[in-house]
Design a protein around this ligand. Structure first.
Ligand code: ZN
Length: 221
């Protein structure tokens, strides 16, 4: 990986669009890794919505973890709206945490209305790998707790909300804990950087440098 590459970084997307920077493209374990240009990397993981045949998916995931293009595990996590039990969600999530530690690949975490459980799991497992909470839209209090546990927060479409409380959080959060993403939205990563830079009242170039520093700290050991 070109660890010091400057430019835009989309830490989590489901759309393989053209980009001038680094893209971490979400891959579900049962899908093949597509052939994409050299700036494309992958995260592969079992989403809490899709726990059907999870044992088979773990096998498929294992086959991908020696591929150097797969730089993270996820998205994976816990979600109060999943039809699967919390117990099963946690079991499959914890399995992926173990893989993250073993293969030294950070986690891309999906967490919806389950931050108390997430924080407890993080404390309990004493992980050394970084976790990136993708699509963060929680409160300032939850943000601080996640950061205190060594997690990074990735922002995307929620930056376009009118919710003043959330925009204030985005404005004030310590920037060394931030990554940016497009996820499954219609936004481009350029839109997301511009919006975040506007909220912070900072230049885009400065933001590009800050996010690249965070990415390199997490993803190049
Ligand atoms: Zn996603």
């Amino acid at each position: 990986m070109q660890s010091s590459q400057q430019g835009y970084i989309d830490i989590h997307t489901h759309k393989a669009t053209k980009s001038t920077g680094i893209v971490v493209y979400n891959n579900f374990p049962e899908d093949l890794l597509p052939e994409l240009t050299s700036n494309f990397y992958f995260s592969s993981g079992i989403h809490p919505y899709y726990l059907n045949d999870w044992e088979l998916k773990v096998d498929s995931l294992l086959q991908k973890l020696n591929d150097s293009r797969v730089i993270a595990i996820g998205e994976c996590g816990i979600d109060a709206y999943s039809k699967y039990s919390f117990d099963l969600q946690k079991k499959v999530f914890c399995l992926q945490i173990e893989l993250s530690e073993k293969y030294e690949k950070p986690l891309i975490v999906h967490c919806v209305k389950a931050f108390n459980d997430l924080l407890q799991i993080r404390k309990y497992c004493r992980c050394s790998m970084p976790w990136v909470i993708h699509g963060f839209s929680g409160s300032a209090e939850i943000a601080q707790k996640c950061i205190a546990e060594g997690m990074l927060l990735s922002f995307g479409k929620h930056l376009f909300t009118q919710n003043l409380r959330f925009i204030t959080l985005a404005k004030n959060i310590v920037i060394s804990n931030v990554l940016l993403e497009t996820d499954d939205s219609e936004l481009t990563i350029f839109d997301v950087y511009k919006q975040f830079a506007d909220i912070r009242q900072m230049g885009t170039e400065e933001l590009i440098g800050a996010i690249a520093t965070n990415f390199n700290r997490c993803f190049t050991k």
